[in-house]
Design a protein around this ligand. Structure first.
Ligand code: CA
Length: 380
């Protein structure tokens, strides 16, 4: 039996040339991550990633979680998960601590895959698909004097690159401006490109319903995070009021966090993040819970090549919802803002062609890490 020998957290950060914002209002001036490296006694290295403030994840791992994992069998993934969760839940079982657990979980799956010589998706159910259609996440707010023009230009750029689906940010403090901007993008890309909107929970229930009714006329596929994630009853109101799908859950964690959303069908689509909600192990459980209640699962992704690869394996093993002759498989969120960790951390970058991304087939995550990128951008 191989045992876990060492855990290292690489906190990396890179400046962004053109800072951008969403309705949240904070300005993204850097991109960064907490990359988790786990080594076994017989020399296998697994990689994971934690979503959210990187130094916090590192601190959780170094002071709380890591010491409990050293010396254990990496194949005991669920046993380790339950032990870590049981250790920390009295202090809050959500947020950064589950992000830190996610990084460990993904790295353990990478180790197990490498040890077995199989890609992760073959170990968590198998390949429902070998490719996924991706959607470009972008159209943030950059130049406040050219909000409509820049959105149109960016969307046209994605179509030229081959994307067949795009998600744009809304929530500019004026429903009129939001609608004008979505309308201009829809006009520019035509009706065959799938279009989604993401409000990053900036609206009230009546605002979201009124705006949603206008967005439906523009053939918007889903309305992501219309309102604040704490307001589950509000989500139920918005979801019932609109014909379009309502999505959310990137800031929810573990099967217990998602239980109430899916049992009450507060959203049509849940979006757990494998680097935040508890890793691949927990996201599998969340997806099963969703499927039992007729809720779609389309994961959130906003990280490096490691998070992206982990999301791809999770997506490969996610059943069609529902299965059918010509199913509509879940999409990959392929975030497109400047991020060297997405583009260069894997020796062979993960790319889309005609909007489609191949599921990695190599052992574990199926990517090789470029350590020079970690060295170049390491801040802790
Ligand atoms: Ca989002």
């Amino acid at each position: 039996m191989s045992t876990i020998k060492k855990i290292t957290c690489h906190v990396v950060s890179a400046p962004v040339q053109r800072p951008f914002t969403s309705s949240r209002g904070w300005l993204y001036k850097t991109r960064g991550s907490c990359i988790v490296e786990i080594e076994t006694a017989d020399g296998i290295t697994g990689w994971g990633e934690c979503y959210g403030p990187s130094h916090v994840a590192k601190s959780y791992i170094e002071t709380q979680l890591g010491p409990r994992v050293i010396g254990r069998d990496p194949f005991d993934i669920e046993v380790i998960w339950e032990d870590l969760y049981n250790r920390i839940k009295d202090y809050g079982g959500k947020g950064m601590v589950t992000s830190a657990m996610s990084g460990i979980d993904i790295a353990l799956w990478d180790i197990v895959g490498k040890q077995c010589g199989k890609p992760i998706h073959k170990l968590i159910g198998g390949a429902y698909r070998t490719q996924v259609t991706s959607y470009a996440t972008g159209l943030y707010f950059i130049d406040m004097d050219r909000l409509i023009e820049e959105a149109v230009e960016e969307a046209q750029g994605y179509v030229e690159e081959g994307f067949v689906a795009i998600k744009m940010k809304i929530g500019l403090g004026s429903p009129k401006l939001d609608i004008a901007r979505v309308e201009a993008v829809r006009k520019a890309i035509g009706d065959d490109i799938r279009l989604m909107v993401d409000a990053n929970h900036c609206f009230t229930v009546p605002q979201a319903i009124r705006l949603g009714r206008e967005l439906e006329k523009l053939n918007v596929e889903w309305f992501e995070e219309p309102i604040s994630p704490e307001d589950l009853d509000g989500y139920i109101e918005v979801t019932r009021a609109l014909d379009m799908a309502v999505a959310g859950g990137e800031n929810e964690f573990t099967r217990w966090g998602f239980r109430d959303i899916v049992v009450r069908k507060a959203m049509d689509i849940i979006q757990p993040d494998v680097c935040a909600a508890g890793g691949i192990t927990e996201c599998k459980k969340i997806a099963t819970l969703a499927s039992a209640h007729g809720v779609e699962c389309v994961p959130h992704a906003w990280g490096s090549a490691i998070g992206l690869a982990a999301t791809l394996h999770f997506l490969a093993a996610l059943p069609d919802q529902p299965p059918s002759f010509r199913p509509m498989p879940p999409l990959l969120e392929f975030e497109q803002c400047e991020n060297p960790f997405r583009d260069f951390l894997s020796v062979t970058p993960i790319v889309q062609r005609r909007g489609v991304v191949d599921i990695p087939t190599g052992p574990g995550l199926g990517i090789e890490i470029n350590r020079a990128i970690l060295d170049q951008y390491r801040v802790a």
